[in-house]
Structures are given as structure tokens and as C-alpha cells.
Design a protein. Structure first.
Length: 97
């Protein structure tokens, strides 16, 4: 994999994945979201894309995004909340703390 860039219009989140020799995918995603939160590019209360949606846009495994989100949650940078969608199906949302 060479260089891949994603612009997520939902919250102006840019994720750039580089060759895996730099860092694993989850570490690259975690680091870039962490930087965007600390630099105030992502602000408190903003929603993050679901792990499945972000994984699909980046063409990576959903588990990579879930691990990045889990680590960000452990650092108290994002909050995970459970709810239901309009059809009553369970749904998990991620927001910037």
C-alpha cells in the first residue's frame, strides 16, 4: 500500500495512511485522530464515523478502526455511547470528549 488519503466531510477529518512499515493501520488512525483532537480540528461533541464506515472508506479491516477507537477511548479522548437507530436496532456512537 502506498499513500492513501481520506477526507470525511462529516467532520472535516483527514486520515492519511502510509506504507505499513511506518506503523500499523490502527496506530496511524489513532495518532491522527489524537492529533486532530489536540489541535482542535475535531472539537468536543463532534461525532466520529462508525468503525465500519471509516474502515470501508479507507479500505481496511474494521477491527483496525475499532482498536484505534478503543485506544482513544482509553486515553479519554473519545466517548462511546450505545443507543438505537430509527428502526430500534442497537447502535454505537463515538464522539470527541
Amino acid at each position: 500500500m502506498c499513500f492513501l488519503c481520506l477526507f470525511v466531510a462529516k467532520n472535516d477529518m483527514n486520515i492519511e495512511l502510509k506504507d505499513l512499515s511506518h506503523n500499523p493501520v490502527y496506530a496511524q488512525v489513532r495518532e491522527q485522530i489524537d492529533n486532530q483532537i489536540r489541535n482542535k480540528t475535531l472539537t468536543s461533541g463532534e461525532s466520529l464515523p462508525s468503525p465500519a464506515a471509516l474502515a470501508q472508506k479507507l479500505s481496511v479491516d474494521k477491527g483496525e478502526i475499532q482498536r484505534a477507537y478503543f485506544e482513544l477511548e482509553q486515553l479519554s479522548l473519545i466517548i462511546k455511547s450505545a443507543g438505537k437507530d430509527f428502526l430500534g436496532k442497537p447502535r454505537t456512537d463515538y464522539r470527541v470528549r
